[in-house]
Design a protein around this ligand. Structure first.
Ligand code: G3H
Length: 255
């Protein structure tokens, strides 16, 4: 806490919250772009936040990515069940299995001794097939849980990095650029104004569902993600940001 005080982190948190219209901002020291310990710090802060806010009977929806994977690893292994249900925000998005929302949701549930429901659906189905699968009762039930989650915890990435990671082809990547996509979250790519301009074909949370969810928490750090985070937060759905100084200072410069 001495570090927080010396670095004026509480002041940065308040300025950011005011400027972005967020309920709460948590800023940890460092910059995840240059130092991996910052990502771990973000994860630990997020784990503490979750333990503080989660209540029995609630539904927690989580997305994928390396930051969320760290969050899962930062949670303590509970001896008493928390009585919550964990669900993935989206099905697979064309990423490695360790980084997928399903894997992370299962690990979080294991540590919190929570119930969980997963979305086992291939992520490269043609649109008609997506509709057919989404209308099956077993899938509907999980989608209903996701769409009324009490807490949505999601990562944020730059459009460029996420397109690369998901191996989007040159035509799709060019389309993203043309449409001014700068940020990505739960399979949606957003322009600077926070408008979704492209989405990965997959199941689960849609941008408009966030209006019906409880608290929406965006987690991610590093100066390079500042524009991306701004784009995502410009949708107006986020309540809480958990980040590092690298991203925080850059956002203050940009706004
Ligand atoms: O949607 C955004 C990404 O999942 C963020 O991934 O935490 O590995 O940067 P990352």
């Amino acid at each position: 806490d001495l570090v927080r005080e010396l670095r004026g982190l509480a002041d940065v948190e308040q300025r950011l919250a005011r400027r972005l219209g967020l309920q709460r901002v948590i800023v940890v020291p460092g910059d995840a772009d240059v130092d991996d310990t910052s990502k771990k710090e973000i994860a630990r802060a997020t784990a503490r936040f979750l333990k503080e806010v989660l209540r029995e009977g609630q539904v927690l929806a989580v997305t994928g990515g390396s930051t969320l994977a760290e969050v899962a690893l930062s949670l303590p292994e509970e001896s008493v069940p928390l009585g919550i249900t964990v669900v993935p925000g989206r099905g697979g998005l064309g990423e490695d299995v360790e980084l997928q929302a399903n894997t992370i949701a299962a690990e979080i549930a294991r540590r919190l001794r929570a119930n969980y429901r997963l979305l086992h659906v291939p992520d490269d189905l043609p649109e008609e097939a997506v509709e057919t699968v989404a209308s099956q009762p077993q899938v509907r039930e999980i989608l209903d849980l996701i769409r009324r989650a009490d807490i949505v915890l999601h990562g944020v990435g730059t459009a460029e990095e996420m397109a690369r990671r998901r191996r989007l082809g040159p035509a799709e990547t060019a389309r993203l650029r043309e449409r001014g996509a700068v940020g990505e979250a739960f399979g949606y790519y957003f322009n600077r104004q926070g408008q979704p301009v492209y989405q990965t074909a997959s199941f689960g949370l849609r941008v408009e569902d966030l209006a019906h969810c409880g608290q929406v928490v965006v987690v991610g750090g590093g100066r390079s993600k500042a524009e991306a985070a701004l784009a995502v937060i410009s949708t107006g759905y986020q309540d809480v940001l958990i980040t590092d100084e690298g991203l925080a200072w850059r956002v203050l410069e940009l706004t």
